[in-house]
Design a binder for this molecule. Sequence first.
Ligand code: ASP
Ligand code: MG
Length: 406
Amino acid sequence: MALIIQKYGGTSVATVDHIQRVAIKVALTKDKGNQVVVVVSAMNGQTDQLLNMATEITANPSEREQDALVATGEQACAALLAIALESIGYKAKSFIGLQLPLVTDNVHTRARILDLPTAVLQQTINEDIIPVVAGFQGVTEDGSITTLGRGGSDTTAVSIAAALKADRCEIYTDVDGVYTADPNICPRSRHLEIISYLEMLELAGLGAKVLHARAVELAQKYQVPLVVRSSTGSERQTWIVNEEDLMENAIIKGVTLEKNVSKISLIRVLDRPGIAYKILSPLADAAINVDMIIQNASIDGFADFTFTIPTTDLDKASKLINEVASEIGALEVLADNNIVKVSAVGIGIKTNPGIAAHMFKSLSSENINIEMISTSEYRISCVIEEKYGELAVRAIHKTFNLDNSK
Ligand code: ASP
Ligand code: MG
């Protein structure tokens, strides 16, 4: 008997019909003698619909109330699935984050999990009742509802799998796994049957929407076997495993395009100790993720300082940076959301010199200008003008021989 955590994404529970089909899938897993815990997202589009209603009222709804609002999407879906399971003769109970409780920090809209006691779930399982957990949400120590960031239901599922020491965590979605590039952008992309946690983590962090990055991080940390499957019948799937378990290894595993990127430049700031800290610490305090950072060589003791952030944080960051800029006497602040980040990912990067040059060559042969570069052991990223994003993905995909020959 295995303990299996199954997570169903928004498209898998898009309508009542879909929810009934999911109930049958869960029931079949149970009938095979397994124990199952189900985690659900909100029905497709619900989270956006709820957020839109809030912004009809005000452009800046408080983050606390946004969380309280969107968490209801998962709550409704969990209850509907429990009802669907009951209607076909299975015992089920829905739970929201608050009831477990899944305790998080108080960073609303992107909270991190602090504690996940297993007593409630374990007891439910022991009573042979299927727990159906509302994903994406938690509760702070002082009782406010939080959410884990868009796509965060994956993280709920993996956390539960880790806490219960489940045999595996299955993520059901509308695609049958992970591809070498987004098939909508790159028609020649290939399906990957297996990929390492580290590569998947880079891909997820770079906007490959299949899995929430935090979910992959936790899966690796707690060694949760993780598999992505389609809930619409495809037999294909992608396993996410340890690096050592990969049989063959292509140097580059995938190419991503991240659109939620903007850059902010401070022009002519004093080139002095403590300046970078002064610029970036208000952003850190506001939990804004700064990604690439460049300070160019100083001329007459002044330099330009440029960094990238998610476009979704651009307004907030611009406000903070304008305050700092006048404090430190920068000449000007420039914000640009007309950029994207293309990246090549693969564990072969650290051991194969020349990979970066190879990637730059493919961009230059398409006449694409690189504005910023960053590299890590597993990734090379370039910031380029937005309009070249998709072309760049195809060029890099091809240059690393990832194109499907069929
Ligand atoms: N419903 C949330 C979202 O749309 C969380 C999730 O689907 O994982 O982002
Ligand atoms: Mg998702």
